[in-house]
Design a protein around this ligand. Structure first.
Ligand code: NAG
Ligand code: NAG
Length: 193
């Protein structure tokens, strides 16, 4: 009899424990099936200006290795850049600005002939239908493979591009080999909900 009461108390105690655990001490909620909306595709076309030279550069080197050249080798393996590159509708410097690409890129190939950067960037739009939305790029960008079109991957996004996936075809519109300043055409295909 006594043990019966004890086990009842114990069972109540467990119940209280479980309820408490569910309400305050778990770090997870319930797992439920999702009913995703129909996926849509949006194509975006713009130009990204990556300006390293002058008094007001949009990309700056923030670190580099002591391995492959010093200050004279801007593109050396191990150079890391921070970027706040304007995005415009046309290729011209004074073309209408529609957003900015912020983040970092690192020179990621030891073989200088296969110059590659790896980008970790958020390309955000500040006007029009996608004002406040952005696409997240986390990708290798094989700059030296200019013969064909090169491609970078889109792994996510914000706002209207929440949970986006896709890719961007990039073409160099203009590059100054001396300074590294470049204007690139971005043609993005974005799958989102
Ligand atoms: C960087 O490399 C130079 C030349 O090899 C060397 O003299 C210098 O000590 C190195 N600096 C550091 C911090 O390793
Ligand atoms: C874009 O969105 C921001 C924040 O909501 C707003 O302040 C701004 O006026 C908008 N710009 C345009 C051009 O719609």
């Amino acid at each position: 009899m006594k043990s019966g009461i004890m086990s009842l108390i114990f069972a109540l105690y467990l119940t209280v424990m479980v309820v408490t655990a569910n309400s305050d001490s778990n770090y997870y909620g319930t797992t439920k099936p999702v009913h995703l909306k129909e996926e849509k595709v949006t194509r975006l076309h713009f130009y990204l200006h990556d300006i390293l030279s002058g008094r007001n550069p949009s990309a700056v080197r923030i670190a580099h290795a002591n391995l492959t050249g010093g200050a004279d080798s801007a593109v050396g393996f191990g150079s890391l850049f921070a970027m706040d590159d304007p995005l415009t509708v046309g290729p011209g410097k004074d073309s209408k600005e529609i957003g900015n690409g912020r983040g970092m890129y690192v020179s990621g190939s030891k073989d200088i002939r296969k110059f590659t950067i790896v980008m970790y960037a958020d390309l955000a739009f500040t006007t029009g239908k996608f004002n406040g939305s952005s696409i997240s790029v986390f990708s290798r960008n094989p700059v030296a493979e200019e013969a064909g079109e090169r491609e970078i991957g889109i792994v996510g996004g914000r706002g209207k591009f929440r949970m986006a996936r896709g890719f961007v075809n990039i073409k160099t519109h203009q590059i100054d080999m001396k300074t590294g300043d470049a204007v690139l055409r971005y043609d993005a295909t974005v799958y989102h909900y």
